[in-house]
Design a protein around this ligand. Structure first.
Ligand SMILES: Nc1nc2c(ncn2[C@@H]2O[C@H](COP(=O)(O)OP(=O)(O)O)[C@@H](O)[C@H]2O)c(=O)[nH]1
Ligand SMILES: [Mg+2]
Length: 287
């Protein structure tokens, strides 16, 4: 989807200027999503709505809808993810160790999770309205060995953390843990788990660590496009059970995401804008 514009000036002398511009995904903006048929739109904006019909009546659904932004709120949040001369969004810096991490004043949110769970893909989807921001996504587990910092104007910073599990437990101890323990401007951690495989041992270790650090965090269930409703619901309910019984700092509502088809991405943009204090929500919600 790379579109290359070539501008040629033949006088004086031949000068070739190549402007490389990534095209924007057709569902990157809320406006495009709202043009879809109602059911499809609803499942992209509020992915849980598609699942709730399959849940038994005895299941308490309120926990899944504590944060439920209006379309207006999501539109407001989306503006923050559009780059402009006065609000630049860019990849700022990578750090291999905590003492290389930049000192930033802006509120920060970070994405942690096992290698391959979809951290970089999710950040790429969040920034899909500014595709010139390069977020590396890999098929090889353990690709992100550094903490990558992305600045969203003066509003906030998003950090893509190295994955753990597989062959990267060292990165976890060396980077993720010290970062979570010491980062003063960190306002929310997003702990990603793969919705198609459910909670794994490494996820539970990360969850225990977040509890120990007492950082406010949110579980994000990724790749919801990849499995059927049955598998997703089973994994979601067992996750919900763990959140309910084993956590005190975790937001009780897991967020459902597909970076592939943008399900839940508009919703997450709104949550990030809200927890970083970048927007004031019109409708009431908790967080
Ligand atoms: N089907 C599907 N695949 C995804 C999704 N998110 C990520 N992936 C794939 O999972 C793999 C790992 O993604 P990546 O973002 O690099 O994971 P990271 O190691 O956590 O940063 C890549 O092949 C992605 O294309 C998703 O929402 N749906
Ligand atoms: Mg990555």
């Amino acid at each position: 989807m790379l579109c290359v514009q070539l501008c040629l000036w033949l006088q004086p002398g031949t000068r070739v200027c190549a402007v490389t511009r990534q095209s924007i995904h057709k569902l990157a903006s809320l406006q495009k999503a709202t043009a879809l048929p109602q059911k499809k739109m609803q499942s992209l904006l509020y992915p849980f709505s598609k699942l709730q019909g399959y849940l038994d009546r005895s299941v308490d659904k309120s926990q899944f809808q504590l944060f439920h932004p209006s379309l207006e709120d999501m539109l407001e949040a989306e503006k923050l993810f559009c780059s402009s001369p006065s609000h630049k969004i860019d990849y700022y810096i990578s750090a291999e160790r905590m003492d290389h991490a930049p000192a930033l004043k802006q509120p920060e949110v970070c994405f942690i999770g096992r290698s391959n769970v979809g951290k970089s893909s999710l950040i790429k989807a969040l920034f899909s309205l500014t595709p010139e921001v390069e977020v590396k996504v890999s098929k090889t587990p353990g690709h992100t060995k550094k903490m990558n910092f992305f600045r969203v104007g003066k509003a906030f910073t998003i950090v893509d953390m190295p994955g753990y599990g597989h062959n990267a437990p060292k990165d976890f101890v060396d980077m993720v843990e010290p970062y979570l323990y010491t980062r003063k401007n960190l306002v929310r951690t997003f702990l990603l788990v793969d919705g198609s495989v459910g909670l794994q041992k490494a996820d539970l270790i990360a969850l225990e660590m977040c509890e120990e650090i007492k950082c406010p965090y949110v579980m994000v269930v990724t790749k919801i496009d990849k499995c059927g409703h049955g598998t997703l619901l089973t994994n979601l309910i067992s996750l919900q059970d763990v959140v309910k019984t084993q956590t005190t700092n975790c937001f009780p509502q897991p967020f459902l995401i597909s970076s592939l088809n943008f399900g839940g991405v508009y919703f997450l943009r709104c949550f990030i804008a809200h927890v970083t204090g970048s927007i004031r929500l019109k409708d009431t919600c908790q967080s």
